[in-house]
Design a protein around this ligand. Structure first.
Ligand code: PLP
Length: 396
């Protein structure tokens, strides 16, 4: 048997395989170059075009492009009227931005546990957390697997809550044939390079509510409002600022890239599903490597491929497996340490270890394997061989 790279042996591959990576082709570069040669660099025709392309794709009436996914979540909080004294239920197995968006508006994130099988929000726990102050619930389509939107909608209806989807993992996912992006009061996407399509940095809120979209466009541009009434009253230069806003604008340069990227999304998701199925097939042969449960394989967008390392069967724990795989040049990652365990939330909100036991115990076992559409079959094979190598080295 070959020696682990960690112990001085040859790694499974010579170059680090990242866990996620963007794909940019000549058409993308040309689309960006065209904007650079044009009159508009920011807030020009490409913003509208990108909003229209994404909303067409996800089946929503309106899209508000913003500077990143976190800004999309913040914008969604604002247009949903979440503010001081309100509570917002978020799953703890997510990126911190999901919770931070509520904090930016003076609201309190309340952390729900996740289901042990698929790490999606546990709706029984969420229901127990509802108080008269609860205004919204923000499910996360963890790893690209759509949440149970029907059950979420009925929970939201029963308790008069706004449903804001954090779909930063789930562009291109579907729930019972319906695209994610059209299933909540507002849905938030990220176009960071590790996500399904990229604009470098970028994000979008999709919604069917016209007034929310208008408010979102105002919020991303300093809260500024221009209309005929104000111009007639004050002069042609005039605008009003009825509320505090941000500069969350996304440029035409970004939007040209995003619009071009979107052309490839279906093909990329097909490839992501093929990679997932190759992992599924191979990893059943490696003891102690336990992929997440998938109740909706046909709707899964596979932003991430996450496995749980079962220490006894695998021969070592997650921490050691992680370091051994990195040494083999497999760029594994961990998504996520539950948000409520970070110092800021413990100090500021009084969260504690033990309050979300499923997420906390899952966290100790999680490893994210490389997954991006331009991975070659050889790359996939390297990952599988590295998992086997680490298992065999530990168990003999
Ligand atoms: C990526 C991500 C975000 C934030 O998106 P940015 O574009 O990085 O600001 C928020 N929530 C989740 C679940 C994410 O994966």
């Amino acid at each position: 048997m070959t020696k682990l790279a960690l112990r001085g042996g040859d790694p499974v591959r010579d170059e680090m395989l990242p866990y996620g990576r963007q794909s940019v082709d000549a058409a993308d570069i040309e689309a960006v170059a065209k904007v650079l040669r044009s009159d508009w660099l920011t807030t020009g025709p490409m913003v509208d075009a990108f909003e229209e392309a994404v909303t067409d794709y996800v089946g929503a009436d309106h899209g508000v492009a913003v500077s990143n996914g976190t800004a999309a979540l913040h914008t969604a909080m604002r247009i949903a009227g979440i503010g001081q004294g309100d509570e917002v239920i978020v799953p703890t197995m997510t990126f911190a931005a999901t919770a931070n968006a509520a904090l930016y508006e003076g609201a309190r994130p309340v952390f729900a546990d996740v289901q042990p099988g698929d790490l999606l929000i546990d709706l029984d726990h969420a229901q127990e957390l509802i108080t008269p102050r609860t205004k919204a619930i923000v499910p996360v389509d963890y790893a690209g697997h759509p949440c149970d939107y029907e059950a979420l909608q009925s929970l939201a209806d029963d308790h008069d809550l706004t449903l804001i989807a954090d779909a930063c993992h789930a562009l291109g996912a579907t729930y019972k044939g319906q695209p994610v992006g059209s299933l909540a009061d507002a849905t938030c996407f990220s176009f960071h390079p590790v996500k399904h399509i990229t604009t470098g940095e970028g994000g979008m809120v999709t919604t069917d509510r016209e007034e929310w979209a208008e408010n979102g466009r105002r919020f991303r541009h300093h809260g500024m409002q221009r209309d005929a009434g104000i111009r007639d009253e004050k002069g042609a230069w005039a605008y009003d600022i009825p509320e505090l806003g941000q500069n969350y604008r996304l440029t035409d340069i970004h939007c040209a890239l995003g619009t071009s990227q979107l052309e490839n999304l279906d093909a990329w998701i097909t490839r992501r599903r093929a990679i997932a199925s190759a992992y599924d097939d191979a990893l059943t042969h490696t003891p102690g490597v336990d992929p997440l449960d998938v109740s909706q394989p046909e709707g899964h967008a596979y932003h991430l491929y996450v496995v749980r390392i079962q220490e006894e069967a695998f021969g070592t724990d997650r921490r050691a497996a992680f370091h051994a795989l990195r040494a083999e040049n497999i760029g594994v990652n961990v998504h996520y340490e539950p948000v409520h365990l970070h110092d800021y939330y413990q100090d500021r909100l009084g969260t504690k270890p033990g309050q979300c036991p499923h997420a906390e115990s899952a966290y100790e076992t999680l490893i994210t394997l490389p997954m991006f559409p331009t991975m070659s079959d050889k790359d996939i094979d390297d990952v599988i061989r590295a998992m086997e190598k680490v298992h065999e080295a530990q168990s003999t």
